[in-house]
Structure formats: C-alpha cells, structure tokens
Design a protein around this ligand. Sequence first.
Ligand code: GDP
Length: 303
Amino acid sequence: SERLFGGFRKTSERLTGNLSGIVGKSRLDDAQLDEIEDALIMSDLGPRAAARIRERLAQERFERGEIDSGDERAIMEVVAREIADILRPVAKPLDIVAFPRPQVILTIGVNGSGKTTTIAKLAHLFQEQDYAVMLAAGDTFRAAAIGQLGVWAERLDVPIVKGPEGGDPASVVFDAVKAATDDGTDVLIVDTAGRLQNKRELMDELAKIRRVLGRLNPEAPHDVVLVLDATNGQNALSQIEIFKEVAGVTGLIMTKLDGTARGGVLVAAAEQYGLPIHAIGVGEKIDDLRPFNPDLLARVIAG
Ligand code: GDP
C-alpha cells in the first residue's frame, strides 16, 4: 500500500490543492459548499459524486454541529468517508466460479489503454491462485497485438491460441474455447480489438464472438471487462458509455493510476455507472494489478 499511496500522490495533491484555497477562510456556509463541490468536479470526481459529498458535508454541518471550515482535516475526513461509500458497492474481484469450466473473460478497450498488460497481470494473478489459464489472441486486427500477447504468454508460461493477422476473431475464440475445454482450463482470457473508430464493425465483431461462444457454452462470456486508462480523465468515462452500448460491459479495470493526477475518475466512474470495478493498474510490471479496496483507496485519494 506504500506503492499505492505513492501512485496516487498527484491525484491526492490535486484534490487537496483544489480544496485548500477554499477551506480555512470562514465557517462552512453554502457558498463554501458550492466552492467545494466545484473543486471536487475540477478534481475529476464528476458532478454526481461531488453533489453527494457536498450533501454529506452539509449534513454533518447540521447534524453534528458546525464543521469549522478552517478544520481541513475534518472536511477531508468527511470527503474520504463519502468516497469510500461511493466505491464500496462496486468493489468486486474477478472470481473464478464458472461451471462448467472454463470461465471466459472477454477483455475490451481502446488501443493503448493497457489491455494487453492487464491480460498478462490477470493471467499472473490467476496462476498465483492455482488456476489453469489460457489466452486467446482475439485482436487479429493488429499483428503487434498478437505478438505482444504471445510474448507475455511465453514469459508466464501459459498456453495461447492465435490466428493469422486479419483472420476471423470469432474463429480464434472458437478454437480457444475448445482447447480450453479439452485441457481442463479454468479461465480463458480473450483479447479483442479495441477499434472504436469503427463502432459498427466492432459491434458486429463482438456480436459474432458472442454467438460463437454462446453456441459452445450458453453462459459465456462470463465477464466482459473494459480496460480504461485513467490518464484519459473524462474521456475514460465516455468510453464506458460507448462500450456499455457496444459490448455489454460487466466490469471495469482502470489502469495507469500510478503517477496521474486524474485518479478522481475512478470515483466518477463508480458513482456514474455503478459497474463492478475488479482491480486497478498501478504500474507496468506483472504484479502491478491491485485489488479494488474501497476504504484504502478513499484514504489514498482524500489524503
Ligand atoms: P493496449 O494497447 O491496450 O494493449 O496497451 P498495452 O498493454 O500495450 O499498454 C500500453 C502502455 O501502457 C504500455 O507501455 C504499458 O506498459 C503501459 N501500462 C499498462 N498498464 C499500466 C499501468 O497500470 N501503469 C502504467 N504506468 N503503465 C501501464
């Protein structure tokens, strides 16, 4: 968690920086609550989470006696408590529960979001839990994507099913599910192309993958995990919107939360979409995937 505090330092500094100009002037009145609400929005927490936190501050002011606006600590504690309350309902690890096996996890996300790295991190995590893991290189659009996933598979010593560049992703997925079933694999992680530039094609491609999966196992895909880059800020939120519609997202993993000042989007995503958040990425290394721990994260974000 040292690493986590370090990683979120810029996010936390931004939030406390935005708030510090406000608090400490006079008693916490409505005008100050307005300013605090604005500062929270400026810190990427989004209008809904900001309104909730404002409400909580107002409540504490009336119900627990005046909070002195000079008491920055008291205010930050209220902020942290409300952030924890926003994050708690969406905390949900990716559990391997599918029966029959394998559990099929589709991963989606735009190129550069950290999808490939996240697949490798997940594979590693499941290996550590003694599950048999297999990868499927379903992003046949980019040769580099197939190659990069292959490198991770080799490094982690997990089997990978690939097709030719430009090949049919659904046929790769078909082969992978058959292989995974034959091998008694517990979890199959499928990479897909993140081509948002052509929504129609992407939708058709994902629909075809789903059809093929459904034919082999009506429960599959068990998870559709959207990988988001936190450094994209509000843009990451609009990606949730689009991929929810295009891909039927069942959960999120947010990456690159280390060293960005935009970690507030994690709170905005939780409040605005309520989708499960499975884990967060805090670095480029294989074990830089962290469980989504709401209370710890709230403390890390609200300094
Ligand atoms: P993809 O195009 O979505 O598959 O993205 P990649 O997995 O290739 O990642 C793009 C870049 O982001 C690479 O340089 C990764 O090392 C880096 N990256 C991925 N996840 C994280 C993270 O959590 N933190 C940081 N700092 N970098 C990350």
